[in-house]
Design a protein around this ligand. Structure first.
Ligand code: DGL
Length: 271
């Protein structure tokens, strides 16, 4: 395997760019092929079968780009597809859930953790299962926040509407006296300041995107697969979507440390 081959990163849309951003910051030597399934977003309200089928198509596409490892930068797809697809692949693949769960278990002082995510992620119960396997006495409260994704997609990151909806969603978690909150959806780090203000300073917010980049770094280093900073030409970051490439390019440029010059649209259902 070529250690300078790219890492494949995928999400249902733009949200996984929060994971790509961390990979770019923490691993400047890595090339990335990013795919955002903008035509079929949201995954959060779809069935497991559908999300698994979509994930397999995207993985087949990424393999054509000769990626050396894959990151499922989507909580819902990590919850529904990772366990199955990791058995089908001969390159490493990681999701965002284990890294986020591990950090939350380490961070909590009172053993009460909240998890917010899409309906799919919360109803799968995966964060609870993973955290309880790490520490059985932990108390986990999950809360689905389906309106956060469209609010972020609309760019309402600092807006009274977002404040109002967030305070309704978070009230149940405040009532459980959690001291740690997992942002279990790719979009939520983009409204981190609102969530922090509403939860208060005593609650630690865990961003699985950050921890996932650390997990990827460790995995590539352990296997002698980490890329060189001086990677020898070619396009360092490539972006693909299934719909509306211009909109994606503008969003990506606004949150990534690099200007995104081009996004290509592909027919992912053909893979
Ligand atoms: N990327 C999804 C997640 O992290 C959120 C958006 C969607 O529902 O597709 O769960």
């Amino acid at each position: 395997m070529d250690r300078n081959a790219p890492v494949g990163v995928f999400d249902s849309g733009v949200g996984g760019l929060t994971v790509a951003r961390e990979i770019i910051r923490q691993m400047p030597g890595e090339r990335i092929v990013y795919f955002g399934d903008t035509a079929r977003l949201p995954y959060g309200s779809k069935s497991q079968d559908t999300v698994l089928r979509y994930s397999r198509q995207i993985i087949r596409f990424l393999i054509t780009k000769e990626v050396k490892a894959i990151v499922i930068a989507c909580n819902t797809a990590s919850a529904y597809a990772l366990e199955t697809v990791e058995k089908e692949l001969d390159i490493p693949i990681i999701g965002v859930i284990r890294a986020g769960a591990r950090t939350a278990v380490r961070a909590t002082r009172n053993g009460k953790i909240g998890v917010i995510g899409t309906e799919g992620t919360i109803s799968s119960g995966i964060y609870t299962d993973v955290m309880k396997a790490m520490r059985p006495d932990i108390e986990v409260t999950g809360k689905a926040c389906p309106l956060f994704v469209p609010l972020v997609e609309e760019g309402l990151l600092h807006d009274s509407v977002t404040d109002e909806i967030a305070s309704r969603y978070l009230s149940v978690l405040k009532g459980r006296f959690i001291d740690t909150l997992v942002l279990g959806c790719t979009h939520y780090p983009l409204i981190r300041s609102t969530l922090k203000r509403l939860m208060g300073d005593q609650v630690t917010l865990v961003n699985p995107a950050y921890e996932t980049a650390i997990e990827l770094k460790e995995l590539l280093e352990e296997r002698g697969m980490a890329g060189d900073e001086d990677f020898g030409g070619g396009e360092k970051y490539q972006f693909y979507v299934s719909d509306l490439a211009e909109k994606f390019t503008a969003f990506a440029t606004s949150i990534l440390p690099e200007q995104v010059k081009e996004t290509r649209r592909i027919a992912v259902e053909e893979y």
